[in-house]
Design a protein around this ligand. Structure first.
Ligand SMILES: [Zn+2]
Length: 344
């Protein structure tokens, strides 16, 4: 049955736009739908000061539609210039700050290995009511890849929250039922959920003697129980979870069938459609707008957008690649049928 819906224009609170030709190629996929996007600062040279943030914002504005607003968090590490950080937060050059535990994902080797060394920055965030965005994984030789989120929550996040109880925190790309429960049960914390964590389980990534690199991301997708917990969190009675695709493109030559592959799933050509599909499957299409367009701005104290988008229930197939100049990126959901489509 054909059905059209209209929702308030969404925002994507977690996207990777990269740099150079890749940035020029992918920015439009996100700005076609979203009014605002949080552009992740783990570029090859991470965005660690106000100058870099301002020029990155300009690049994104140039590569996107007219009314699109990129928001840039500061990439936290212990060597930031404290006064530049403070000014950037106070003047909203930075959209809060992003914590990458070192080596947890792409370009995170400049990240944080000892949380106590960044307390002076967290103090500023708390004072200025500016958000801390977290890649919540603890990486250590003795921690299984599937347990990284739980260890981060127990060992580091609980510690941060105790020390800075008023700090507004976003646990990005929540990937486990443990993470869902933690966000639900605690104050001043919300979470983003990607489409792929609600569509894939580890069986789609870890094959007999190889991995599927196009389903490989950090945090890795988990078990079916986790997938169900994430769907429930997004689709029903939800005021704490919102849209963050973590769309993270890599050229196909950087995708390898083993763990040396660059992690990241490129979903922005179909992300809003996949969210619609998931909500429809869960008989919760009426709650799509709350997740995509309301909970995020509420958490961040931003105005809810006053424009709308239309989605039609109509079958189409996602193309296999997105290409531009010499870059080719494999699209998430390549060659698969999707039942919703944005109407332009
Ligand atoms: Zn990310």
């Amino acid at each position: 049955m054909n059905k059209n819906i209209e929702i308030i224009q969404p925002d994507d609170w977690h996207v990777h736009f990269r740099e150079g030709d890749m940035l020029e190629m992918v920015t439009n996929f996100s700005s076609r739908i979203n009014k605002r996007c949080v552009a992740m600062p783990n570029t090859e040279i991470p965005i660690t000061d106000t100058n870099k943030a301002s020029s990155y914002k300009e690049l994104l504005e140039r590569a996107s539609n007219n009314n699109f607003i990129p928001l840039i968090p500061c990439y936290l590490n212990e060597n930031l210039d404290l006064e530049d950080f403070r000014t950037g937060i106070q003047n909203k050059v930075f959209f809060g700050s992003k914590l990458y535990p070192s080596n947890a994902t792409t370009n995170s080797s400049h990240g944080v290995s000892d949380i106590s060394k960044i307390f002076k920055f967290l103090e500023i965030l708390e004072e200025e009511k500016s958000p801390l965005l977290i890649h919540g994984e603890k990486v250590a030789d003795n921690i299984d890849i599937f347990d990284r989120e739980k260890y981060f929550i127990d060992d580091e996040l609980s510690f941060i929250r105790k020390k800075f109880p008023l700090l507004k925190i976003t646990l990005e790309h929540v990937s486990t039922s443990y993470g869902v429960n933690y966000v639900k049960e605690n104050e001043n914390i919300a979470g983003t959920i990607t489409p792929h964590h609600m569509l894939l389980t580890k069986k789609d990534v870890f094959l007999d003697d190889a991995i599927n690199p196009h389903h490989f991301c950090m945090p890795v997708v988990k078990n079916e129980t986790d997938l169900i917990a994430l769907r429930n969190a997004a689709c029903y009675n939800n005021s704490k979870f919102f849209l963050g695709t973590d769309s993270a493109p890599h050229p196909i030559q950087e995708k390898k069938p083993d763990l040396s592959s660059k992690p990241g799933i490129f979903s922005s050509p179909c992300s809003i459609e996949l969210y619609a599909e998931i909500f429809d499957e869960e008989n919760a299409i009426d709650n799509l707008e709350i997740f995509c367009s309301i909970n995020g701005p509420k958490h961040y104290n931003y105005p809810i957008n006053d424009t709308k988008i239309k989605l039609e229930k109509k079958e189409w197939f996602m193309s296999e690649f997105s290409s531009y100049k010499d870059i080719q990126v494999k699209n998430f959901y390549a060659n698969k049928k999707i039942n919703w489509k944005v109407a332009y």
